[in-house]
Design a protein around this ligand. Structure first.
Ligand code: ADP
Length: 297
């Protein structure tokens, strides 16, 4: 269930789509592969699945060198490409049988896959009679037919309505119980709902690779405080872990800290030590959404 990407660079003529990207996944995590449009997510996924080759770098899936041995690597990878290409005139079960025969997979898996993705009741229908959410399930069923240990899903929730979104996210979480899942999205809430780990790329470069908890913990604290009298900026600056200070009104400050400690109690200590009082204090944690916007702008 491992993925190893080492110094991957991909150019499309003059356009650099990926620049020296490296990361490793060694356990069955669900990883959100996040970045704005054009960041290089699809390009990385096509390289991981052996559909295109990078200009530089190496990629291993379960210790198989994808560049040297793509067919071998593909046996352990399930891939749902962007826009989920399906034969929409086929019946669901018929489509899966067709996929199984192309990829020489045992057809006895089909019923179990239909069950896993919640498609048993729809299996007799034509794909074009299904909603977009159910069509995604067909794509997911096709991706897991050969029981891969790694799933690569390229924007699996794009274009779904809110109910379908929730269902497909739950399904990805379920599939992630016994597989490593790398899925791309540009929605931060999705990452918060589903992932253990977040990799963010921007303009082809990896800028964040962190566990979700770590990322949430590292969030900056923004504290608005009103003191009973005017406080000099030089005094404010003696506060530890202070990143930005802004004097909003006479006695009111907005203070941004980068700290794992709760800085509210430190502000009370600071006031007491300097003989002023805190009249009002409110704090907010920076949401992952705003962090993402800040990082990728
Ligand atoms: P994302 O999936 O994050 O939206 P992509 O990997 O699709 O990003 O694209 C990364 C960059 O590479 C973009 O600037 C895109 O225009 C460019 N690109 C992608 N595919 C091709 C291609 N076949 N030929 C030329 N440029 C491409």
């Amino acid at each position: 269930m491992s993925i190893k990407v080492s110094s991957v660079t991909k150019n499309y003529q003059a356009q650099k789509a990926l620049n020296n990207v490296s990361f490793e996944v060694n356990n069955g995590q669900i990883i959100g592969f996040l970045g704005p449009n054009g960041a290089g997510k699809s390009t990385m996924m096509k390289i991981l699945t052996g559909f295109i080759t990078p200009n530089e770098g190496k990629v291993f899936i379960d210790d198989v060198d994808v560049l040297k041995n793509p067919l071998e690597a593909q046996k352990t990878i399930g891939y749902l490409p962007e826009h989920n290409p399906l034969y929409s005139d086929m019946y669901v079960r018929e489509y899966l049988q067709f996929q199984a025969s192309i990829y020489r997979v045992d057809k006895s898996n089909i019923e179990a896959c239909l069950e896993k993705v919640g498609l048993v009741a729809e299996a007799h229908k034509k794909i074009n009679q299904l909603s977009k959410g159910y069509q995604q399930r067909v794509g997911l069923a096709a991706a897991i037919l050969h029981n891969p240990s790694v799933l690569i899903l390229d924007e699996p929730t794009t274009g779904l309505d809110p109910n379908q979104l929730v269902e497909i996210r739950a399904l990805i979480k379920e599939l992630g119980k016994d597989k490593t899942v790398l899925f791309s999205t540009h929605i931060m809430q999705e990452v918060e709902a589903v992932c253990d780990r977040v990799i963010i790329i921007k303009k082809g470069e990896l800028i964040i690779d962190k566990n979700l908890l770590e990322l949430q913990k590292n969030n900056q604290q923004i504290i608005k405080v009103i003191f009973n009298l005017e406080v000099e900026e030089s005094q404010i600056k003696t506060l530890k872990n202070l990143v930005v200070s802004e004097n909003i009104a006479n006695n009111t400050w907005q203070l941004t800290f980068n700290s794992e400690e709760d800085m509210r109690s430190k502000i009370f200590d600071f006031a007491q030590e300097n003989a002023f009082k805190v009249l009002e204090l409110s704090s907010e944690n920076k949401t992952l959404e705003s962090l993402f916007t800040e990082l990728t702008l």
